[in-house]
Design a protein around this ligand. Structure first.
Ligand SMILES: [Zn+2]
Length: 202
């Protein structure tokens, strides 16, 4: 083993004994706002039970270069500014509203149900039925308005339904439950994801 020269040993020792250097003022000035930002942004995503912010429907680089002329794409900040906190949680983070909480569940007036995020017409009263499940239920959509994805969250495989125009989470679709409708499907939709527009009386 090589022997350290006395000089090297002295330098090494002196650096160990040296008092900690004071942090430059510039570094503190920089660190403070960063820490404040972290404190503001952390709890919001930290406590969200559903998809964290970075997993919600943010456009990827590839998507933004594709032809998206008909699509609505917004940043999370823009959605937060536009939607209520509960709408943001459900539409943009894949949350579920409390069953029985939506007044639209028991609404059967003639009209159209639009996406609460981008206003696209998604369902009509013609395909709405009373499922008794606590959420508005439809057996069909406005053609092309709703897209299906496999959802493996919560330890089960379900079919998630999202708005084709803005990607907003609507709910899930279930098949073969024995409901008396033409295709035996139930689009179980969070009422908070929808805005009802009554049909104009002629
Ligand atoms: Zn939408």
């Amino acid at each position: 083993m090589p022997r350290l020269s006395p000089n090297v040993a002295r330098i090494a020792l002196s650096s160990l004994r040296a008092p900690p250097r004071p942090i430059p003022r510039a570094a503190i000035a920089f660190a403070r706002p960063a820490a404040t930002t972290l404190a503001i942004t952390l709890p919001f995503s930290w406590f969200a039970k559903e998809k964290p912010l970075h997993e919600s429907h943010l456009p990827t680089e590839q998507e933004t270069t594709a032809d998206m002329s008909d699509k609505v794409q917004k940043t999370d900040s823009e959605w937060i500014a536009q939607l209520s906190p509960e709408q943001f949680r459900v539409l943009r983070q894949g949350g579920t509203e409390r069953p029985g909480s939506s007044p639209l569940d028991k609404k059967f007036d003639a009209g159209t149900y639009h996406c609460a995020g981008c206003d696209a017409p998604l369902y009509t009263s013609k395909t709405k039925f009373n499922s008794g499940c606590g959420w508005p239920a439809f057996y069909d959509t406005v053609p092309g308005a709703v897209v299906r994805h496999e959802d493996n969250s919560l330890g089960m495989t379900r079919t998630e339904i999202v708005c084709a125009k803005c990607g907003g989470h609507l709910g899930h679709v279930f098949k073969g439950e024995g409901f008396n409708n033409p295709i035996d499907e139930r689009h179980c939709v969070n009422g908070i994801s929808l805005n009802f527009k009554e049909e104009e009386k002629k």
